[in-house]
Design a protein around this ligand. Sequence first.
Ligand code: ADP
Ligand code: MG
Length: 233
Amino acid sequence: LRDEIGRMERLSLVGQMAASITHEIRNPMAVIRGFVQLIQERSPQAHREYFRVIMEELDRTNLIISDFLSLAQNRELEMETASLNASINDLAPLLLADANLRGQSLEVDISEDLPPLKLNDREIKQMLLNIARNGMEAMGEKGVLRIRTAYENGEIKVYISDEGVGIPPDTMKSLFEPFFTTKTQGTGLGLPLCLSIAERHGGRIDVQSAEGGGTTFIVSFNILNATGAHNTP
Ligand code: ADP
Ligand code: MG
């Protein structure tokens, strides 16, 4: 138990440090971005491309910082009793736009008799978005991303399937390690963040994949964590 408390204290210390460092980095970065944008607008055409890259890299740095902050803070979540389906329905238009931009399509199939769950809507969406984006990034044009919910054996499940490149066995081991990425533009913080969000909802993440045969991420929530009429037969 003492080890566990020590771990929690260290985590919260890291969280507080992350929050203040993030703040200190973000402010100057916002100023830099503002001025870069200004110079870009007034620069000769030949230099525009350089400025575009500078802005892109600034935005990517920002993304790494916010992913890292969410991961390090591990803050106490404000939970509400709601349906997972509602979060998915909210997220669907964003995912559809993203998929269409890539020439891919999206299929959403939500189960009508999903019991409510104690959840934090913002975090759940962040988790699903991260997993779905990974799926899209693993596919070429014409791929289909499928999101399905089900209530099985007392568990609420979300299946996120892609038709992408699949995950080789040696990659599978490192999937949830912070900073593990196989992408040139990756942060490797997406899945660790997803896992932390799932666990804080009393859930877990399973992965099924065949090399070249697509991947399915399954997020499961035990009904004991859920509330509502479905608990009684
Ligand atoms: P990032 O997306 O920044 O690389 P993630 O933590 O989201 O970081 O993912 C880590 C790695 O897991 C990815 O770089 C990729 O190799 C692998 N991965 C995750 N999801 C999929 C998927 N749906 N299909 C194939 N590989 C995946
Ligand atoms: Mg990712």
